[in-house]
Write a protein that binds this ligand. Structure first.
Ligand SMILES: *Cc1c(COP(=O)(O)O)cnc(C)c1O
Length: 228
């Protein structure tokens, strides 16, 4: 049986050490507990141990579990189809995976109609993997310019899923590139754009991601154990 308290303490220690190596305070980095495939009772236990930020990659799974959990802030971290935007836009605190104008437009329309704003990150496919979603790095700045007029959206940063490798060190350039892209967008000083977040780093690579500037890490396996 996985000991949640122990796993969380260990992950937090490793995060803190990586933060200090990058000259930052541990409190500057938010841990999003990735709860896909994990049953609600277990998730509630994690929340009671202090993990308030919860990440799901599928809309249906997120909506199914949400009613059973108290005290969580939900993040949608996986691909979002435009036709599912309606179901989820007002159920989450942050959508990490915006990767098309059609989707951005749909969310903007929904939020505007309700007099609200949706917090979003742009997902970037830094390594250009065929199997992954996300904008090409060179598409990010034109995309940001397109959506600056969308007052139903609040752009808060960038997200990436690095390639799966044996040694986390191999993906350092991916994280470095995302951090650089964030600075490039920031330098445009566009109205309504606040590039606060860099969402990068998972169980296999979160320390390297933090060293390169991540302040939102999305961790599942190191907390809950291997998914079955
Ligand atoms: C599953 C998932 C994670 C967490 O992966 P672990 O390797 O279990 O830490 C992070 N981000 C996304 C987008 C995921 O789908």
């Amino acid at each position: 049986m996985v000991n949640l308290a122990e796993n969380i303490a260990l992950v937090r220690e490793r995060m803190a050490a990586a933060a200090r190596r990058s000259g930052r305070r541990p409190e500057e980095i938010t841990l999003v507990a990735v709860t896909k495939t994990i049953p609600p009772e277990r998730i509630q236990e994690a929340v009671s141990l202090g993990l308030k930020d919860l990440g799901e990659n599928r809309v249906q799974e997120l909506l199914a579990k949400q009613p059973y959990i108290t005290g969580g802030n939900w993040h949608l971290i996986g691909h979002l189809q435009r036709n599912k935007a309606r179901q989820v836009w007002d159920k989450v605190c942050l959508i990490h995976s915006i990767d098309s104008l059609e989707l951005a437009r749909e969310l903007d329309r929904r939020a505007m109609a309700a007099g609200r704003r949706v917090n979003i990150l742009l997902e970037v496919n830094v390594a250009g993997e065929e199997s992954k979603f996300g904008l090409a790095p060179e598409a990010v700045i034109p995309f940001v310019r397109e959506i600056t007029g969308f007052t139903g959206l609040r752009l808060l940063g960038l997200m990436t899923v690095a390639p799966l490798v044996k040694e986390a060190e191999e993906v350092r350039p991916v994280f470095r590139r995302l951090a650089e892209l964030r600075r490039e967008v920031e330098a445009l000083h566009l109205p309504g754009v606040d590039m606060h977040y860099l969402s990068m780093g998972m169980t296999n690579d979160f320390e390297v991601a933090i060293e390169e500037g991540a302040n939102l890490v999305r961790i599942g396996t190191a907390i809950f154990g291997p998914r079955v």
